[in-house]
Design a protein around this ligand. Structure first.
Ligand code: ZN
Length: 169
């Protein structure tokens, strides 16, 4: 058991429990599950930089609306990430249509998100930008808890939820 007192405000190396709602252009995008706040280690790039930099100093129970520009969120829209891909490279099970969202694997096995922009006779135009690239993000956040990280969490730079590690004993 730890004897440490809980931190009083959001600061680097503090585990933050936060409820949030994300809207873009006034439209709902995402929120934390009711009663299950999002938990993360502040100051370790666990969340997008524009959000992390604007919640410092918040206290438990405090709510704030935070606006994050694209460059501090999911990045600017990059036209170079829009590419023509031969239809022959799609698996037989995939029949691309405009607006379809795909999870692809690159040659190293990394998962890539892509959205089908248009489909031609021999090629499809795919957009590999993050779906929120180029968008201004609005977060309504409420801080619901603050605690000290365990030594292991601090060493790893992320939270081990519900006391479970991940294979490091
Ligand atoms: Zn870890």
């Amino acid at each position: 058991m730890t004897e440490k007192q809980n931190p009083q405000q959001v600061a680097d190396d503090v585990v933050v429990s936060m409820e949030y709602t994300l809207t873009v252009d006034g439209e709902f995008v995402d929120k934390s599950d009711p009663g299950e706040p999002f938990e993360f280690l502040q100051g370790h790039n666990n969340i997008i930089p524009g959000l992390e930099s604007q919640i410092g100093g918040m206290t438990v129970g405090e709510s704030r609306q935070v606006t994050v520009e694209a460059k501090d969120g999911y990045g600017e829209f990059d036209q170079a990430q829009v590419m023509d891909v031969p239809l022959s490279e799609f698996p037989d099970s995939v029949d691309p249509e405009p607006g379809m969202e795909l999870m692809l694997k690159d040659h190293d096995g990394h998962r890539l998100y892509a959205r089908v922009v248009s489909v031609g006779k021999t090629r499809a135009k795919l957009d590999f930008n993050h779906p929120l690239a180029g968008r201004q993000l609005t977060f309504d956040v409420t801080i619901v808890g603050l605690r000290q990280p365990t030594e292991e969490e601090l060493a790893h730079g992320h939270v081990h939820s519900h006391g479970h590690g991940h294979g490091h004993g």
